[in-house]
Design a protein around this ligand. Sequence first.
Ligand SMILES: Cc1cc2nc3c(=O)[nH]c(=O)nc-3n(C[C@H](O)[C@H](O)[C@H](O)COP(=O)(O)OP(=O)(O)OC[C@H]3O[C@@H](n4cnc5c(N)ncnc54)[C@H](O)[C@@H]3O)c2cc1C
Length: 449
Amino acid sequence: MVDGVHDLPVCVVGAGLSGLSAIKQLTDRGIVAVCYEIGSDIGGNWRYNNDNGRSVAYASLRIDTSKERFAFADLAVPSSWPPYLHHSQVCEYLEMYVEEFDLRRSIRFSHEVVSARPDRGGWEVATRDVRSGETVHERYRAVVVASGHHWDPAMPDIAGQFSGRTMHASEYRTPEGFDGANVVVVGLGNTGADIAVELSSHAASVTLSTRSGAHILPRYVMGRPLDSLSSRFGSRLPLSVQRFAYSVILALGGASQRKSGIPKPDAPLLSQHPTVSQDLINLAKSGKVRVVGDVSRLAGEEVEFSDGTVVRADAIIFATGYNISFPFLDESIVAVSRNEIDLYEMVIPVDVPGLYFVGLIQPVGALPPLAEQQARWVARVIGGAPLPSGEQMRRRISQQRTRRQHQYLDRPRHTIQVEYWPYLDHMKALCDAIDARSVTASPAEELHN
Ligand SMILES: Cc1cc2nc3c(=O)[nH]c(=O)nc-3n(C[C@H](O)[C@H](O)[C@H](O)COP(=O)(O)OP(=O)(O)OC[C@H]3O[C@@H](n4cnc5c(N)ncnc54)[C@H](O)[C@@H]3O)c2cc1C
């Protein structure tokens, strides 16, 4: 490392839950962190109508993972709060986290990172004050990207023209404005399911379009949050056994999808990101939500679907996911193609020293504890813990990709998929091994051999 670089602070991009955990973990290791946040407050996606212009939270949004699984290891969610938090409670919880660990002093609000590039062994970061427009260039030892991946809407390319109102789900806030309308919701992920359910008691009709169907999981099974039934032990069983166990749980606790019109995908359970909804199946059975195939063509007021259905619609809401993008990083530094990005342990681009990603994962389960372990590991690596060779890291990336492709459908939404327990335990083991050994050994290497 070039002289003096070690004394520079670390730049953290974004003060959502991932960036907050990064500041906390770096600070815990005695590393000075300076976090830049476009918005005027913390919380990212979980601050409703965030003035960063990027929160996609709708008014009724509740997490679909239980509060116990959602909490950072460092701070419990109050026991009096409900099992599934409303977005306002997630934001309040993050505020508690910030106060508890005195993180606010490390954050420069209303500042956007507009570029970051390697510079003389460290990083040169350009930030723009969003109020004054002034841009400043400063040097950092490393950059931790925690800028989120649910803000850049992905829109499908569909033949034809639609004469009604169209929007991406990222713009949807409330059912207001949809009373009495005929609405098509495209996409059967969690957001599409939530919006279709909500609109079914406001709109004249709701048509939910899905390309390949989904296994709809309930929020509660036998009175308990669904994810509270998952366990470390269960996650170590062969995939086929896990799939069988989930099918038994669903048979016991979920509404049957049969006769609902919601197609199950050709692929088995756990081969796509789960769609969790307590109400969708019954609404589909009662006809309040009509489930149809993929959109094939738009023709004026009409929407045509691959199964031959044609509906007249006033509005289309595209719940079609998000692109992974980093406008402040040149493509020569990090290339993202079809949402694929090559990161060692989903954190480190192999050939770019000093660049780290926290929260760039799509867990089957909650994100915060996983982002927290990523941040713990990043703090240790920045602090000097050695990494395996480039070749070993690349091999690991390739193995992980093969494993992902074996389990999940080949879709842009599955490129950063991880499982809650295995990933949590693996990242924790990397940190614990570093803590237990001298930093001159290579614990990451040992764990992977
Ligand atoms: C609808 C929805 C429901 C979800 N439900 C759950 C759930 O039930 N359980 C769960 O665990 N997860 C859930 N997630 C996923 C995850 O928890 C959230 O996306 C979470 O907000 C991710 O936190 P983050 O900090 O990584 O990103 P964000 O919350 O997006 O925060 C990123 C921050 O970075 C800032 N930023 C971005 N670029 C820059 C820049 N260039 N300069 C400065 N600042 C920048 C942004 O302003 C923002 O504040 C859900 C996501 C969505 C979209």
